[in-house]
Design a protein around this ligand. Sequence first.
Ligand code: E4P
Length: 219
Amino acid sequence: MKFFLDSANLDELRNATAWGIVDGVTTNPSLIAREGVPLEDRIREICALIDGDVSAEVVSTKSDDMVAEGRRLARLHRNVVVKLPLIPDGIRACSILSREGVRTNVTLCFSAAQALIAAKAGAYIVSPFIGRLDDIGASGIDLIRDIATIYRNFAFPTQILAASIRSPMHVVESAKAGAHIATMPFKVLESLFHHPLTTKGLEQFLSDYSKAFEEAAVR
Ligand code: E4P
């Protein structure tokens, strides 16, 4: 399973890439706005930091504008994946860009029917938002499982990217349900490390070790 960082913050990206476990980055207009840096500048900076897929989302809503914006974003760097919203204009733009060889990430997917549409339009990635589904009392993980079954049944090459991840359990459950990629905020990535028995075990190992050698030094 690939791990992507869901962030446009360069410090977070630097810290996360140092662990050597980050395969790519997803951004969205809200994350870019939070950084206060123009979209294209920030995408270039992210691509310079990480050698992996970097999703950059269009902000137009008409398919012709989305296609023009998508072509411009794709030219920024070979790793850019053009992110398009799952609306009819976005799907039309996805079909056009996919035929031109531009890789696309169809985002804001909340149903298996929508995921089928994205795959048929040639999306490279589809992004089901599991946290936002859980927020309204639906099951995001069930959606991942359904999409994985459907894509497997018809051998669709579109990769399933579990988005809107809120916890380590979301990551694990997405992996079990068949997501190819999990994108997560830095906070969640960091929390994947934590286990109280790891902390306790390490403390014990180090204290046994230093006690043994301190005693040997005293003798
Ligand atoms: C995915 O690509 C989106 O940027 C993201 O996962 C949205 O997550 P949120 O629901 O926490 O905003």
